[in-house]
Design a protein around this ligand. Structure first.
Ligand SMILES: [Cu+2]
Length: 170
């Protein structure tokens, strides 16, 4: 085979082996494709035929080209209600004040303060709505809610209504 073809073949084999080792399982690669690689190396089939076999691997999800960053789902994220959160003029905001997550993330609020707090979902006018609503949480107690839909969710503490926070789902 000529040099160009040899280089191309080598690159193709490297791609097959190294693009996504975790996603390529040898037993999932059909025998005819393994033969294609051999035949292509020997010059028995054309570049197009060999490329088509790689295309087949990709289209059938045998060879998986990984995206930049897969979206993590079914994760747990935490919002801390910090010590001193009840103080009106204090700077002890929710941590974080605006939690940004993807859909299907469960959010857990934990009360690290020395007094009771609640978590109440609010509409855009500040009224309580029945989406997620905790009982009063003692120190160390938690409350969880799983966000399935994109959107901006407001909440506050009904015992300390100056404490408002956001969960942004997108
Ligand atoms: Cu509170």
């Amino acid at each position: 085979m000529n040099n160009l073809k040899l280089i191309f073949f080598s690159i193709s084999v490297i791609i097959l082996i190294s693009v996504s080792p975790s996603a390529v399982s040898a037993e999932n690669v059909p025998a005819w494709i393994k033969n294609n690689a051999l035949w292509y190396g020997q010059g028995d089939i054309t570049e197009t035929e060999f490329l088509n076999s790689i295309k087949f691997l990709i289209e059938n999800n045998i060879l998986v080209l990984e995206n930049d960053e897969p979206i993590k789902r079914n994760q747990l994220e935490q919002i801390i209600i910090p010590n001193g959160n009840y103080v009106v003029s204090g700077g002890n905001f929710y941590l974080p004040l605006n939690l940004e997550i993807h859909p299907m993330t469960t959010v857990q609020w934990i009360n690290d303060d020395i007094v009771l707090h609640t978590v109440q979902s609010q509409d855009e006018y500040g009224g309580i709505i029945g989406l997620f609503n905790s009982a009063p949480l003692n120190t160390g107690e938690t409350f969880e809610f799983k966000f399935t839909e994109e959107g901006v969710y407001n909440y506050y503490c009904s015992l300390h209504p100056w404490r408002v926070g956001l969960v942004t789902v997108r």
